[in-house]
Design a protein. Structure first.
Length: 460
């Protein structure tokens, strides 16, 4: 990462003036503050990793990593806020990469995903959390095809066929339409390759013939689900690869797993409370690859990294020490193919027919004794609220990022700079060019004339 350079600072002051020199110091300060161990590891060894594993030396992976490394760096683009009342505080916010591979943007995406799921879940419907695992012998097939989305798409189709098959068997209704939200995970707790699916599943569905809501009465259909998942997964793999070696492996697995493949159906219902739901979904469905605080040490000379993780079996914190290139491989293997949709909404949650499905659900479960709901309000399709940067910080960290540290008032937007286009907005330049009688602070309530000292400073 670039550090402060006194020569560059002096050149900027001489050519562009002391104000730009002061702003150069601010940019360097923000850039250094965003540095972390994760970024440092990739800056040091991403080139060496690509030389050893050329399969990752593609435009897609290079773009994802470069965006993550420059995420939040003002040199790539920024917006600037300034306090128009005391003039002693300002804040520069660099543009983010908005990719799940980035630790900061991944955490934000997780929270956005939780809001989206919370808005899509139907009132009055029970949901369960289902996890579908893949045997170790088959994980390598997905690993070899990780650069393409074909096999991943087939996995989603097999899981959806499995759900419909199980619901048909449990309810006896062949035209039953359930709903689910699927998310694919490619790694385990210690970031090793471990393919599995997390599913938020409605415990019932709408009968396509009668239009009534049919609830699944058997809440523990483990034996049936294990066997049916084995059947659908092996058939999917067989259709994907019909070679002699694969056929031999599939027959071997069919005989070995007499009781079916491992699945986990949480006995608890997915919580409906806002706080509980957010914690539950963020933990299981859309968590970032790793957090910076889990990286315990990084020895650049020995090329070793030590990090911790919560072991699934012992429920204890374990430590893992590996070389740098292995660590980078474990991180970048989580980058999905370009254009791949990691989250799938199927059945009653299908995005193509949201309003229609909402109408069907409300009509099917409307029963005054079971559920008191206003039909008109229930027919409205909920939308996940797209919170701004400021709103997210205020909601999650309970502080206002645009509050002046000196006077406590709200700072105003004064500049927008984009690397490709340059300065696209500068309030101070517009203020200097404007006639004195219309020079206003960009606040709806306060005029410059009400604060003579601020007016004199801005116009000067």
């Amino acid at each position: 990462m670039k550090r402060f350079c006194p020569v560059s600072f002096l050149k900027i002051c001489l050519v562009h003036g002391p104000f730009q020199g002061r702003y150069y110091l601010l940019l360097m300060k923000v850039s250094e503050r965003k540095s972390n161990t994760f970024i440092e590891i990739f800056e040091d060894y991403w080139g060496s990793f690509k030389e050893k594993y050329p399969a990752y030396n593609t435009d897609h992976y290079n773009s994802v990593v470069s965006k993550a490394l420059s995420c939040g760096d003002p040199k790539e683009g920024y917006i600037r806020y300034h306090c128009m009342y005391c003039g002693k505080d300002e804040k520069v916010i660099g543009f983010t990469c908005k990719h799940a591979f980035c630790l900061r943007c991944g955490a934000i995406k997780a929270m956005d995903f939780v809001e989206e799921v919370k808005a899509k879940m139907y009132d009055g419907i029970k949901y369960k959390h289902l996890t579908l695992t893949i045997p170790e012998q088959l994980r390598q097939i997905f690993y070899k095809n990780r650069h393409s989305s074909k096999l991943f798409n087939r996995l989603y189709s097999a899981a959806w066929a499995f759900i419909n098959d199980v619901f048909k068997e449990l309810t006896g209704h062949s035209k039953l339409k359930p709903g689910c939200i699927m998310v694919i995970h490619v790694t385990g707790r210690k970031s090793n390759w471990n393919m599995h699916l997390h599913i938020i599943l409605t415990m019932g569905g709408i009968d396509g013939i009668s239009g009534k809501w049919i609830e699944v009465k058997n809440q523990k259909p483990y034996a049936l689900m294990r066997f049916r998942w084995k059947k659908h997964l092996l058939n999917m793999i067989k259709d994907f690869d019909s070679s002699v070696q694969m056929s031999f492996l599939l027959r071997k697995l069919w005989r070995k797993y007499n009781n079916g493949f491992i699945i986990h159906l949480d006995r608890r219902n997915v919580p409906k409370g806002a706080n509980n739901l957010m914690a539950y979904l963020a933990k299981y469905l859309f968590r970032p690859s790793i957090s910076v605080k889990r990286i315990l040490s990084y020895d650049k000379d020995k090329m070793e990294i030590e990090y911790e993780y919560a072991d699934h079996e012992t429920q204890k914190i374990q430590k893992e020490k590996i070389d740098v290139l292995t660590f980078i491989g474990r991180m970048v293997q989580q980058v999905m193919p370009k254009g791949f949709k990691r989250v799938r909404y199927l059945g009653l949650h299908g995005t193509a027919s949201v309003k229609k499905c909402k109408m069907l659900v409300v009509s099917a479960i409307r029963n005054p004794e079971r559920l008191e709901m206003n039909l008109q309000e229930a027919m409205l399709v909920k939308r996940a609220c797209n919170l701004s940067f400021r709103e997210k910080i205020m909601k999650w960290k309970k502080r206002d990022p645009l509050k002046c540290k000196e006077c406590g008032r709200e700072m105003e937007l004064v500049e927008v700079w984009i690397k490709e286009k340059g300065k696209v907005f500068d309030y101070f330049d517009e203020l200097r060019r404007a006639p004195p009688e219309i020079q206003l602070i960009p606040s709806r309530k306060v005029k410059v004339e009400s604060e003579p000292m601020v007016q004199q400073r801005l116009i000067a």
